[in-house]
Design a protein around this ligand. Structure first.
Ligand SMILES: Nc1nc2c(c(=O)[nH]1)N[C@H]1C(S)=C(S)[C@@H](COP(=O)(O)OP(=O)(O)OC[C@H]3O[C@@H](n4cnc5c(=O)[nH]c(N)nc54)[C@H](O)[C@@H]3O)O[C@H]1N2
Ligand SMILES: Nc1nc2c(c(=O)[nH]1)N[C@H]1C(S)=C(S)[C@@H](COP(=O)(O)OP(=O)(O)OC[C@H]3O[C@@H](n4cnc5c(=O)[nH]c(N)nc54)[C@H](O)[C@@H]3O)O[C@H]1N2
Ligand code: SF4
Ligand SMILES: [Mo]
Length: 892
């Protein structure tokens, strides 16, 4: 490998794909790493676009105190003094850290050490509380430890994969690709069941889809447990030797889900489908049940997890090749955060709040103190901030004003907080304006450390860029603040390797196989070995010295990490979600992710290519519901919950269940006027895990009756005008310009004055006005190049944006100038439609036209003609759907 090539790990999802960054001159390319065991070279659309996200636009480059740029020494002193003052005045429990699965393990470890070993409370929680907490709680209840007993290769060896509450095709695309490939290779012998209220892209490979209502999974899996018993599919030997509590769990299952018609009715799916699922599960030995946020993000999330695990324990399908319950992690280092104990109810290295464990950690750290009890979980922490019990909060690598439930209240809480410290890479997200102290962090490509993926594989993130200006690694920032607080001894790290060795060492202390997590073999790595560490999957201690092939797996010996060594069946009763629909809020809103955006868009929102698949905030609605509420496709709608309102575009979708809506979590104040879906969601949480119910909010939907619509294309980003009753705007970065879509209430008296005021009185405007029809158009050309154009109309009939966008790319001819405002430009440019294949920029309309005109009837043929789907493959499920819908049927 040449000097300019760096092997590192993708910063997005928990699949943890290896990538290779290559620098040739100024050009950086990012490709899949063929040697990485998570992806073997594959990447999804987000990973494939990484090289386009590396510019410094929007970066936080210097420390700031109350909005004033300062140097690091001042920032560190001020932060440390302010924290110490608050501790002195109000006690240590007045401090909270809110951290993130996007920190590296080394960052996470020192943040946890500072809070739990030095400040002395456990008020440190991670955004993983919103993500993995129910799985952690479910694992601990069943196994006595937070152990994920499945590897990715098990997905390829299974005969049945049950995908529950996971849109794998969009959220863990490379795993989806691995499963699709295995299925193809094995002539469809690998069966797939998808359990999800929506017909998602994941259903593309499903043999059976159960579109259940949200929140009913416990009933479905209790019914399965009862069915397995009734049809004699239990593994009594395993139950006897390796588990406890079976009779009780079975009894509860029987009481709550013993009749197929009742289960079908409760879950909102057909009896035939339920029976088919139960039979498939019953007769297939090698089953993996893979699950994600449809399970975790629920007020009964932990019970859902245990209802799934119960079925695997009852059949002994755990700890063997090709089977087991598989909670997949969301963030790149959600698993690493669990390992280092950066949740408020754990200590480091899978140790708990038990006196012996506290002693182990404190002795190892030689720390002045150790937290004695669990701290506040994310939602409670922000309530404590609002109440004034927590006076200082340090937020690292997360954007809670967008991502926490009841998100408007988070603003109130932060506005009231005496001291808000934020470490981030960006200068502006929805949370940053609330910071008193801003600390600039290095980002992906600049920072060094490790992450752990869904299959417990630790991979290195390596730097290939020079960190800009004052940006520093998070571990450095935290260690320096600790040292400035007076804790020199525990934080004298010179490198992430120092931290990693210490952390690995802790996992082996008094372990002897009593605890699942032991990577102490890595505590002796030299700096050079750490630098070249290849992906390492942690396994039972007995496997430490063994090669990957014959390595024992967790629970292979039928032993678990409970006191008795037996796994616990947990009797679980179905509980209804915390709030249900009613006459005011008749529909249920489900929220989640889309294919090409990552969370609050701070990285993916920079890339026109990734915004071209879906460019505006939206809500999916079933056509019959849309009709009932008099809503047409693409119209703007208001979504109201008991808390707030948002305005987004309606998308009619047959894949939506009747009575249920789906809206993405991504859009925020940087990208739209009023689209933070988290503002609608109440902060109901699961009683065991504290995880919020993000997928079940009663709402009302109504058309937003705008009085005017418009769009503006501008070479440069603009401050949007506060006036003209703009109720809806969406910002869509495009190649070479920025597109803004608008809709509003009362229009201004005079559009020309308005445009002049906000977009430059100094500019020479070409204008066209037709007040009688509410139409106004203007444009500004500078040096023969289009600079800005604005189009306003009373209705949604506006000229083609695509046609106009061409004018940003070349000097305008006289004809261009004359026709610029006529609305005729681009009339003949074929509309590409929304981009389906983001790698090659192929739009929906082009694809449909090609299918129809060229008689295409397979995705392969489509790829040969348009290249669509031939690079990362993330769009293949949508391409298949388009071929199925539009191929000209052969008449026999
Ligand atoms: N493109 C993209 N990928 C990502 C992310 C991203 O932001 N963008 N984020 C990453 C992170 S942090 C996470 S946590 C993962 C999340 O990955 P997923 O969990 O796959 O994603 P979600 O879209 O949140 O929700 C998954 C599905 O749960 C379904 N669901 C809702 N309620 C229920 C229910 O009650 N029961 C069942 N069975 N299903 C239900 C929803 O309809 C949805 O399709 O994705 C990771 N990958
Ligand atoms: N409605 C709804 N809400 C949800 C969910 C849902 O399904 N529905 N899902 C929840 C889930 S599962 C998750 S994981 C959360 C995610 O929600 P968040 O964690 O709030 O989302 P991100 O956009 O990933 O925020 C990351 C922030 O960290 C910064 N950052 C990135 N890298 C670094 C770094 O190395 N160091 C530092 N210091 N900063 C960095 C980024 O610039 C960004 O501002 O959202 C949750 N919220
Ligand atoms: S599946 Fe995509 S987003 Fe996830 S790690 Fe791999 S390349 Fe990154
Ligand atoms: Mo997540």
């Amino acid at each position: 490998m040449t000097d300019s090539t760096t092997q590192t790990t993708c910063p997005y999802c928990g699949v943890g794909c290896g990538v290779v960054a290559t620098q040739e001159g100024d050009k950086i390319t990012v490709k899949g790493d063929k040697t990485h065991p998570a992806n073997f070279g594959r990447l999804c659309s987000k990973g494939a676009a990484l090289a386009e996200t590396l510019d410094l636009e929007g970066r936080l480059l210097h420390p700031e105190i109350y909005g004033q740029v300062t140097d690091w020494e001042t920032a560190l002193n001020t932060t440390a003094t302010a924290l110490n003052d608050i501790i002195q005045k109000y006690g240590n429990s007045a401090i909270g850290f809110y951290v993130s699965g996007q920190l590296l393990t080394e960052d996470y470890y020192v943040a946890n050490k500072l809070m739990k070993g030095y400040i002395g409370t456990a008020n440190i929680d991670s955004n993983s509380r919103l993500c993995m907490a129910s799985s952690v709680a479910g694992h601990k209840r069943a196994f006595g430890s937070d152990t994920v007993p499945v590897d990715y290769s098990d997905l390829e060896k299974a005969d049945l994969i049950v995908i529950v509450g996971s849109n794998l095709a969009w959220c863990h695309p490379v795993l989806f690709q691995r499963i699709s490939a295995a299925r193809q290779q094995r002539n469809d012998k690998l069966k797939i069941v998808v359990i999800d209220p929506r017909r998602t892209a994941t259903c593309d490979i499903a043999d059976l889809h159960l579109p259940i209502k949200t929140g009913v999974d416990v009933t479905l899996f209790n019914g399965l447990l009862h069915h397995l018993r009734a049809h004699d599919h239990l593994d009594y030997r395993f139950i006897e030797q390796s588990t406890q509590g079976f009779a009780n769990a079975l009894q509860t299952a029987k009481e709550t889900a013993n009749s197929i018609p009742a289960i079908a009715q409760h879950c909102g799916v057909s009896e035939a489908d339920i029976i088919e699922f139960y039979r498939l599960f019953a007769r297939t030995e090698k089953v993996v049940t893979l699950y994600s946020q449809g399970v975790n993000q629920s007020s009964s999330g932990t019970d859902k997890v245990n209802s799934i695990i119960n079925c695997h324990l009852a059949t002994g399908r755990i700890g063997r090749v090709g089977m087991g319950p598989f909670s997949i992690t969301g963030q790149p280092n959600a698993m690493g955060g669990r390992e280092v104990g950066a949740l408020a109810n754990q200590l480091a290295a899978h140790l708990d709040f038990e006196p012996e464990h506290q002693a182990i950690v404190q002795n190892y750290w030689q720390s002045p103190t150790i937290a004695l009890q669990a701290g506040l979980k994310a939602v409670d922490m922000f309530e404590a901030i609002e109440k004034g019990d927590i006076k200082a909060v340090w937020i690292m690598a997360t954007n809670p004003v967008v991502s926490l439930p009841n998100a408007e209240r988070i603003k109130t809480a932060l506005a009231r907080c005496e001291l808000v410290i934020i470490s981030d890479c960006v200068r502006n997200n929805d949370t940053v304006p609330y910071a008193h102290i801003l600390l600039p962090a290095q980002t992906w490509g600049e920072k060094e450390g490790t992450v752990t993926n869904s299959e417990r594989r630790i991979s290195r993130q390596r730097a290939f860029l020079t960190a800009p200006a004052d940006a520093k690694p998070d571990w450095w920032i935290i260690s320096q603040v600790a040292q400035h607080m007076g804790y020199q001894y525990g934080f004298n790290y010179q490198s992430p390797a120092d931290i990693f060795r210490e952390y690995a060492g802790l996992s082996g202390i008094e372990n002897n196989g009593h605890r699942d997590f032991d990577i102490s073999i890595l505590s002796q790595l030299s700096d050079a070995e750490y630098q070249t560490l290849t992906p390492y999957q942690w396994s039972p201690r007995s496997a430490l010295q063994t090669t990957a092939e014959n390595r024992p797996r967790f629970f292979a010996d039928g032993r678990f990490y409970t006191l008795s060594g037996k796994a616990n069946f947990v009797p679980v009763r179905p509980i209804a979600p915390k709030s249900e629909s009613n006459s005011t809020f008749p529909l249920i809103l489900n929220t989640g992710r889309i294919r090409d955006q990552w969370h609050t868009m701070t990285r993916t929102g920079k890339t026109p290519r990734l915004l071209s698949h879906i460019s505006e905030p939206f809500v999916d609605i079933h056509p019959e519901d849309a009709q009932a509420f008099d809503i047409k496709d693409n119209e703007l709608v208001c979504l109201n919950s008991a808390l707030q309102q948002i305005i987004v575009r309606a998308k009619l979708s047959e894949g939506q269940k009747r009575g249920y809506l789906f809206s993405p979590m991504h859009w925020n104040a940087q990208f739209s006027a009023q689209a933070r879906v988290g503002t609608l969601i109440a902060s109901h949480t699961d009683p065991y895990s504290g995880q919020p119910e993000f997928k079940h909010t009663p709402v009302a939907v109504s058309r937003y009756q705008a009085r005017w619509y418009g769009f503006l294309l501008s070479k440069n980003p603009l401050e949007l005008p506060p006036s003209a009753g703009i109720r809806y705007w969406a910002k869509i970065p495009q190649q070479g310009f920025i597109q803004y879509e608008f809709a509003g209430d009362d229009p201004p008296e005079n559009w020309a004055t308005w445009a002049n005021t906000y977009f430059g009185a100094d500019k020479n405007w070409l204008e066209f006005a037709d007040p009688a029809h509410g139409r106004y158009r203007c444009a500004n050309v500078q040096d023969d190049l289009l600079n800005i154009c604005l189009f306003i109309s009373r209705d949604m009939q506006l000229p083609s944006r695509i046609g106009l966008s061409e004018l940003f790319n070349h000097p305008l001819s006289l004809t261009d100038r004359l026709s610029l405002l006529t609305g005729q430009i681009g009339k003949n440019v074929a509309e590409r439609g929304d981009t389906v294949c983001s790698c090659f920029g192929v739009g929906r309309a082009t694809i449909i036209k090609t299918i129809q005109e060229q008689g295409i009837n397979s995705v392969t043929q489509l790829g040969e003609i348009l290249k669509a789907g031939t690079n990362c493959g993330s769009c293949i499920p949508e391409l298949k759907q388009l071929v199925a819908q539009h191929a000209i049927k052969q008449v026999a």
